[in-house]
Design a protein around this ligand. Sequence first.
Ligand code: FMN
Length: 533
Amino acid sequence: MIRTLHRWPGLLALALVTILSLSGAALSVFPAVERITAPQVETGLTVATLAERIQVVYPGVEQIRRSPSGRITAYWFDQGAPGAAVIDPATGAGVASADPNQALRWLTNFHRSLFLGDGGRIAMAAGAAAMLVLSLSGAMLVVRRAGGWRHWFASLRGPFTGRLHVEIARIAVIGLVLSSTTALWMTASTFDLLPDGGVLPVAPAEVSGETGFAPGRMPTLRRTPVAELRELSFPYPGDATDVFTLKTDRGTGYLDQGDGALLAWADLTGWERVSETIYMLHTGQGAATLGLVLGLMALGVPAMGATGVLVWLAGRPGRPRIRGNQPAGRAETILLVGSEGGSTWGFAATLHAALTKAGQSVHVGPMSGFGPERYTNARRIILLAATYGDGAAPASAKGFLDRLNATDRAPDIPLAVLGFGDRSFPAYCAFAKSVATAAEAKGWPELLPLDTIDRQSPQDFARWGGALGDALWIELELTHQPVQPQNDHADPRLAPRLRRRGAGPDRHPPLRVSPRLARATAARGRVRTVPDG
Ligand SMILES: Cc1cc2nc3c(=O)[nH]c(=O)nc-3n(C[C@H](O)[C@H](O)[C@H](O)COP(=O)(O)O)c2cc1C
């Protein structure tokens, strides 16, 4: 279920989340550059002093703005012509153009809406939602694979592409959850779905009617550090009824231009504060370092997309077509498979073919489809169960143990459990062992004791086949030629190990095990083979 939830949004929204993450990563650089290039403000500088300095240089100043990076921009009128510049707060003089950065504007529009207006905004929000689902389901898969939250950073085993996918995911997931959640919040805010609109102070009923009180002398501005400033708007020249408007991190107020008195004030609402914090966390404006970290994490998305597709492609051909598979209600032998990577299905196909050749009718299906009420003709049930993660159930065996535990009585059909695992994992064949223990506890009759296959060994399988043949009183030859999973070649640790054990089809001719010999070796717990023919 979680795997499906991870796979399909991932494959369907791959292009969208890649666009979102790459453009987001590029955007994350701008606040950091602005932070570095913006002229620095001396500590303790007040809005009063800043306004005074700017007014000396630009007497027609009508607005002063401070961006979250600390950059100060002034806008003025000079003989009827508008002007604007980035200001050096130490002098009040302009030091750079205030024209908006075209690349930033282009990237921002692309990132927000793909230049498609509201439709594009909704598409990008869907991409963010897909990223959130992918991050959360991915985190649950990492936990399952590592064997719990405590092992989040434990070293990984398994094919290279899968490991790389998880290695990136477990670092990037925090940033991706943060970026996607904040993106969804911001979209909701854009579409007015949140009550986070600003509240303005009530307009003053009376003003002094005077003009000309210098901003540098106004008590409120003298108490307000520039670090808190967002915007200071000057009154319209010649209009004695107009006021100064001050916006800071705390709220908005009106100041009388005749005596500097604070006429009205409104604090930011709780919703506004939350929305502003979320805006800062998403854009990195006001938190440039965090922005860069999130941008780096976003770069993990294309890499995870590529490795995720490779993992999906490698896993797809895992389940072979089984010719002559009998319906569950008609088969004498029910062969159920618990597999994650697909290789156990190959063993099931070999066993199915050998039993069919010996005249049996066999049904092969996933362990997750366990339904004893359907096995009306069955005389035996065989479970081939791999283990994944720290002793967890593989994908095609999900729910098997729950279903078995929920039944009052185990089926009255003899059972054989064959575990597939790898001895280099601490919980060797742990899932098969749990199944065998649960079956025993339910009083399920035993056809064969639990046996295990280490690293898909054909010899181990042939040996077990001999023991099964003896139990069924038939000649049973299991000559399995494993198909090496494509991405195991990329795993420098797995491939030599498999080769040493002779798992490669080219290194190992099919093995024939005589039932008598197999019985003898099975009893001694080691494997001996006889050459073909
Ligand atoms: C990520 C991963 C985790 C595994 N965890 C275990 C484990 O905990 N215990 C074990 O015995 N084998 C473990 N294995 C080995 C597999 O169970 C074994 O290779 C099995 O034959 C795979 O069968 P399948 O391809 O049908 O899933 C793991 C393999 C991988 C790739």
